[in-house]
Structure formats: structure tokens, C-alpha cells
Ligand binder design. Structure first.
Ligand SMILES: Nc1ncnc2c1ncn2[C@@H]1O[C@H](COP(=O)(O)OP(=O)(O)OP(=O)(O)O)[C@@H](O)[C@H]1O
Ligand SMILES: [Mg+2]
Length: 271
């Protein structure tokens, strides 16, 4: 398991709740979530489909308004009430989503996706050469060739290239918190390991906090300092990867682990 130096608390949630609908059709997607995320911490949020993981991520990102509860960011209650405040919050918090095709505006070429990042960083004043240098550097970090891709549109990229482009964006923006919602689902196991490596390298470089949202309890165990397990909107288990996955307290976690009995055992090919 990967261990690292975890810093101070920089994002907390208190009683964070999000409901959808009213009356008989009301869904409590996330119910009274409580947690502290620390600098440099690697967190996994695991749960079955519909357990509220993406809803939680979207509240943290400021893309969904909580029904109740508070988010404390760097010691103060988060305020994203104006466009300028949201923009400055997004310099700190970025996401990689489940479906890379939904992330980009399809009418934006690769270079404009990356130029937006340069703008968001406050580097709009740089010369064209300096901008190209930054874009080339971030693409080569994820083994993409900027010169070949710069004029392409998102639909002209493969799923794997698209996900690499998302990570190139993250490399440029170097946010303090990265939320990765099943980021590796579209690519083969080999690229998946490479992408995880890239993200972990970034964590080491800039002490980024990374939240992985996943169904994959084996991945969560391997990669995380802290694991949260969600069931129907409620965090039912939390702790170090060892505590939450090897010694779970809740029946739900025990059942989830029971569904994947082989992950911690060597494969027995004689069976
Ligand atoms: N915009 C919405 N309107 C109404 N209900 C919603 C909306 N978004 C999510 N929900 C409901 O909230 C619950 C949690 O959904 P959410 O997308 O957070 O789950 P998830 O854990 O991310 O699932 P998955 O693993 O399938 O991505 C589900 O019951 C879902 O139907
Ligand atoms: Mg989801």
C-alpha cells in the first residue's frame, strides 16, 4: 500500500445533505456527510451504483447546491456566490469525470481546451511561444504529442487519449484537490496503471489531495490513505484502507467485500 505524509485539514464537510424531488418521489442522495480531507491525502469513496458518490463530488465541486450542511475550505465556510469566487475556487478544485466525452465542449479543439487552463491559471498574458511550450509540456507528461493533436476536436480522439488530455489539464492547473470519478474506466489495465502513476506523481509533486470515486474495492485498498464506504447516501464506514477494508465494522462493507473475495488472495490456478 502507498503511504505518504499527510498534511493539515483543508476541506471539511459538516452535515452535508442533498435531496432530489419532493414528497413521495424524494431521494436523499447524500445524507449528513461528515469528513475532513487533508493535504496530500489519498481518499477513496466506494459504493454501489446510486449510493450518492457523484452527487457528493458535485457538491464539493460547487456544481450542485447542498440542501443543507456546510463545506469549509481552508478554514473558512466556502463562498462561491459570485462568478469570480467560483472561478478562484476552481483554481483549487478540479475533477476528472466518469465520461470524458461529457467533459469537453465538442466545438473546442485540443489547443483551446488547454488554452482555457492557461487562462484559468491567470497566465493569459504569456506569449504564444510560452503558451505552446506549456501545452507541449503538459501533453508530454501524459505521453500525448501536442503538435499532432492541437487542432483535433474531442470526438476525433480515442477514449484513452481523451482521458490523458484530462490529466494534461490537471498537470497544468495543479489543483489542491482532484476528484477523479471512475477516471480509468475507459482504458485498458496497462494505461490505467500508467494514469494512476501519473496522478500519484502529481500528488507527490504538489501535495495534491486526490479523491477517487470507484466501485473497485481492490483499487481503493491499494491506493488510499483513507477509505469511505457509502450506502444509499450515508457514509457507513471510514478509516485507513486497512481498517475499512480488512477490518470493516459495517455489515454493508462486509457484504461488499464478500462480493469480491479474491482481491487480496493470490490466484490459485488449480481450482
Ligand atoms: N439530477 C438528479 N435528479 C434526481 N435524482 C438524482 C439526480 N442526480 C442523482 N440523483 C439520484 O441520487 C442518487 C445518487 O446518485 P449518484 O449519481 O450520486 O450515484 P453514484 O453513487 O454516483 O452512482 P454510480 O456509481 O452509478 O455513478 C440516485 O438515486 C440518483 O437517482
Ligand atoms: Mg456516479
Amino acid at each position: 500500500m502507498i503511504r505518504n505524509k499527510i498534511g493539515d485539514i483543508f476541506l471539511s464537510a459538516h452535515g452535508l445533505t442533498r435531496e432530489f424531488g419532493y414528497g413521495d418521489t424524494k431521494t436523499i442522495a447524500v445524507k449528513e456527510a461528515e469528513f475532513d480531507f487533508h493535504r496530500g491525502e489519498i481518499i477513496s469513496i466506494v459504493g454501489e451504483s446510486g449510493s450518492g458518490k457523484t452527487t457528493l463530488a458535485k457538491m464539493l465541486l460547487g456544481l450542485l447546491t447542498p440542501t443543507s450542511g456546510t463545506i469549509v475550505f481552508e478554514g473558512k465556510e466556502r463562498d462561491i456566490s459570485t462568478y469570480a469566487k467560483r472561478k478562484s475556487y476552481w483554481q483549487n478544485i478540479q475533477a476528472i469525470f466518469q465520461d470524458p466525452f461529457s467533459t469537453y465542449n465538442i466545438f473546442n479543439t485540443v489547443d483551446s481546451v488547454l488554452l482555457d487552463c492557461i487562462q484559468l491559471q491567470g497566465n493569459g498574458h504569456l506569449s504564444k511561444e510560452e503558451k505552446i511550450k506549456k501545452m507541449t509540456e503538459s501533453c508530454s507528461f501524459v505521453n500525448l504529442k501536442f503538435a499532432e493533436l492541437s487542432q483535433k476536436y474531442p470526438f476525433e480522439l480515442s477514449g484513452g487519449q481523451m482521458q490523458r488530455l484530462m490529466i494534461a489539464r490537471i498537470f497544468m492547473l495543479k489543483p489542491k484537490l482532484l476528484i477523479a470519478d471512475e477516471p480509468t474506466s475507459m482504458i485498458d489495465a496497462c494505461s490505467r496503471a500508467t494514469i494512476l502513476d501519473m496522478l500519484l506523481k502529481l500528488r507527490d509533486e504538489v501535495s495534491m489531495t486526490i479523491v477517487f470515486i470507484t466501485h473497485d474495492i481492490g483499487l481503493a485498498y491499494y491506493i488510499s490513505d483513507t477509505v469511505y464506504i457509502m450506502e444509499q447516501g450515508i457514509i457507513v464506514e471510514r478509516g485507513t484502507a486497512d481498517e475499512a477494508i480488512l477490518h470493516p465494522k459495517s455489515d454493508y462493507t462486509k457484504r461488499l467485500i464478500g462480493d469480491v473475495p479474491k482481491i487480496f488472495e493470490p490466484w490459485n490456478l488449480d481450482q
